[in-house]
Design a protein around this ligand. Structure first.
Ligand code: NAD
Length: 422
């Protein structure tokens, strides 16, 4: 099939290249010229395991352009994969979704034949039918579900594992209203054997939010239990091994630590809180999930102060800047509030991450960045382990003060070792 993908970030790029690998032709559209150049040169603009190989293998099946008309005219399905960040007040910023809907609408005005627009960006229930539909209809002069198709297909991939997740999803959720759109998307997804859930459009939108809200809740719950365990001298990892064996619960997402970051969980939970407020609901659990998550990274500094009365002038090493291992993404990384707090305490910060230094240095250009994890260990008075990169399990921590936010067992050899909630 012929597909266009609007927005070439973590979701758009992986989705488009995944469909190319399955034999489809893909046109990528982005407003960022630099990204387009990299994609056309078969160079991934982001780090994601397996992405570069996927690009090289499928070089003849895709290209990138900034020309919406060209992309829409030469495809039958368009996936909207642009970002939906948080505004200052936590509510969702739909400006990119609206801009892409406008340009898709304009292009559809000049195209004959049935074209399906699929919203893959995470958007609140009602957005596709009330906002995206209205814009496309207005700009194209056509009617949704009659002249063009409209659907929601939320994305559940995990950064760091995104390529693997594309080909082996737990399930595929498709929100539709008309049969023609359903048939086209069922054909596109026919190579996948996982459960496929077909719902109405706003239910599909809500599934994504409920999913992320539950994952975030599980993490904050694990961290809260972990904080209590720490005071009681109990290993929370042993506790959750026992809890996770309950088939009603499941062991995933119980790794207690310093909380969740990234471009999805924090912003999606905040957007749902804002939406609930608009509806006159008070989402107490969701608010507590965010509150626990915001406090958790700062516990590392409190633990550090147990062993160093003042941080002023001390060199504090940060191991890990990405919000999780195997990605270069630093959006809402727990390293951000930690470094802010250390600088406020007048500590000298030296940091290392295998992939995320470039992105992190755009936020903190004035801290020092080391060439390796061992350099950070060797040059620091004390260390904070912030991201669980595998290579941090091979460093020599002997003689050091370590506060571990991610359970790197090798670090227990340190002179002083504090797990954040174990
Ligand atoms: N990153 C994830 O792990 C993940 C997982 C599931 C769902 N999502 C959701 O998917 C969406 C995309 O997330 P992402 O992390 O890939 O975002 P991203 O910021 O990495 O990429 C968005 C891309 O869209 C481009 N863009 C913005 N406006 C545009 C426009 N008008 N026309 C063309 N291109 C435009 C940007 O230049 C950028 O390349 C978000 O709604 C997010 O919540 C993300």
């Amino acid at each position: 099939m012929e597909i266009s993908v609007i927005g070439c970030g973590y979701v758009g790029l992986v989705t488009g290249l995944g469909f190319a690998e399955l034999g489809n032709s893909v046109i990528f559209v982005d407003s960022d010229e630099f990204k387009l150049k990299l994609i056309n040169a078969l160079k991934p603009p982001i780090y994601e395991p397996g992405l570069e190989e996927l690009m090289r293998r499928n070089g003849g099946r895709f290209y990138a352009t900034n020309d919406y008309q060209e992309a829409i005219s030469n495809s039958e399905i368009s996936f909207i994969c642009v970002g939906t960040p948080s505004k200052e007040d936590g509510s969702i910023d739909l400006s990119h979704v609206k801009a892409s809907a406008r340009q898709i609408g304009e292009s559809l005005r000049n195209k004959d034949g049935y074209h399906v627009v699929v919203v893959k960006s995470t958007v609140l229930p009602g957005t596709t039918e009330n906002v995206v539909r209205q814009i496309i209809e207005e700009m194209s002069g056509k009617k949704a579900f009659i002249d063009f198709g409209l659907a929601v297909n939320p994305e559940f991939l995990r950064e760091g594992n995104a390529v693997e997740d594309f080909f082996n999803p737990d399930r595929i959720v498709i929100g539709i209203r008309d049969e023609k759109t359903r048939e086209i998307l069922e054909e596109l997804y026919s190579p996948f054997n996982c459960p496929k859930l077909i719902t109405d459009i706003k239910t599909a939108e809500m599934i994504k939010y409920a999913n992320n809200a539950f994952l975030a809740t599980k993490i904050s719950f694990a961290n809260e239990i972990g904080n209590i365990c720490k005071k009681l001298g109990i290993d929370v990892y042993e506790v959750f091994k026992g809890v996770g064996l309950d088939h009603r619960i499941n062991p995933a997402f119980f790794r207690a630590g310093i909380g969740f970051g990234g471009s999805c969980l924090p912003k999606d939970v905040r957007a749902l809180i804002a939406k609930a407020g608009e509806l006159g609901e008070e989402p107490k659990i969701l608010k507590a999930v965010i509150e626990v998550n915001e406090r958790q990274p700062l516990r590392m500094i409190e633990l550090l102060k147990k062993h160093m009365s003042s941080l002023e002038g001390k060199t504090i090493g940060i191991l890990g800047l990405a919000f999780k291992p195997d990605t270069d993404d630093v959006r809402e990384s727990r390293a951000i509030p930690i470094v802010e707090k250390l600088l406020e305490e007048k500590a000298k910060v030296i940091a290392y991450d295998p992939k995320a230094i470039d992105n992190f240095s755009k936020i903190f250009p004035h801290i020092e960045y080391a060439k390796s994890g061992q350099e950070v260990v060797d040059r620091s008075d004390a260390l904070l382990i912030v991201t669980e990169w595998k290579e941090f399990g091979e460093l020599n921590y002997r003689g050091k003060i370590v506060v571990d936010g991610r359970r790197i067992d090798k670090a227990r050899e340190a002179l002083v070792y504090e797990g954040v909630c174990w």
